[in-house]
Design a protein around this ligand. Structure first.
Ligand code: PEP
Ligand code: MN
Length: 266
């Protein structure tokens, strides 16, 4: 169902005030985790000024250690919704439990399925049974075929509003947290009609590569780039080393506009 052979035209995800896959490159930004209303507000204020229309933030966090911050859960989704509505933004947030999918549709505009859950088939079927668009992240060690079949599960369950997100894969290279598989972008575009996003933050795991990786993503044909930003990354409750502060985020946006990878601010 997701194959180009079945449908030649690109799928466009229409969120009302913003589209993914309409040929205009988009940025998704926001903190790794939702920590407080004030934190999300600070981020959203800068995003709105920069013309970014989609905010991300984790409320249910898939943490490696059970002793790390696990997210605010429902309260986090409520914070995101309130702040996003205040600034006219759309909300993208991860859901891990199939039982939470129905509830999440009341708060988010796009449900994220995280890398660690790419082959959680019950979750794929659950997000496939609602009409809310889904952002499916590539598994840490998933082949292209596994990635595309995971998307197929969602569409086969009834939801054809799926965005595929390359977020780096595990390799022997240690200088980055993951290795951004840039080939995934043109490969997905050839194989499928679904839109493609590149998460440069989790790919790199370091701040100094975000701009070149974002340029590479757009040059390769990505419809959107995701980047994590936090008002005060040093004290962030997750991914503190890889989130950029708000002035750096504004520079990132300016540089993408100046190099014509993003349209001018209207
Ligand atoms: C995230 O985007 O918040 C996240 C946890 O990313 P990933 O699932 O790609 O590791
Ligand atoms: Mn993160």
């Amino acid at each position: 169902l997701i194959s180009r052979k079945r449908k030649v035209e690109d799928t466009v995800i229409d969120l009302g005030t913003v589209q993914i896959g309409d040929g205009i490159p988009k940025i998704v930004a926001g903190p790794c985790s939702v920590e407080s209303e004030e934190q999300v507000f600070q981020v959203a204020e800068v995003m709105a000024r920069q013309g970014v229309k989609m905010i991300r933030g984790g409320a249910f966090k898939p943490r490696t250690s059970p002793y790390d911050f696990q997210g605010l859960g429902l309260e986090g989704l409520q914070i995101l919704r309130r702040v996003a509505d205040h600034f006219g933004l759309k909300v993208i947030s991860e859901i891990m439990n199939p039982a939470d999918v129905e509830m999440a549709t009341r708060y988010v505009d796009v449900i994220q399925v995280g890398a660690r859950n790419m082959q959680n088939f019950d979750l794929l079927r659950a997000v496939g049974s609602v009409s809310t668009p889904v952002l499916l992240k590539r598994g840490l060690a998933a082949t292209m075929e596994e990635f595309l079949f995971a998307a197929e599960y969602i569409v086969a369950s009834g939801n054809d509003q799926v965005v595929l997100c390359e977020r780096g894969i595990r390799t022997y290279e240690k200088w980055t947290r993951n290795t951004l598989d840039i080939s995934a972008v043109p490969l997905i575009k050839q194989e499928s009609h679904l839109p493609v996003m590149v998460d440069v933050t989790h790919s790199a795991g370091r701040k100094d590569l975000l701009l070149p990786l974002a340029k590479a993503a757009f040059a390769a044909g990505a419809d959107a780039v995701m980047v994590e930003t936090h008002p005060n990354p040093i004290v962030a409750l997750s991914d503190s080393r890889q989130q950029i502060d708000l002035p750096t985020f504004e520079q990132f946006m300016t540089q993408l506009r100046e190099s014509r990878f993003l349209p001018e601010l209207l």
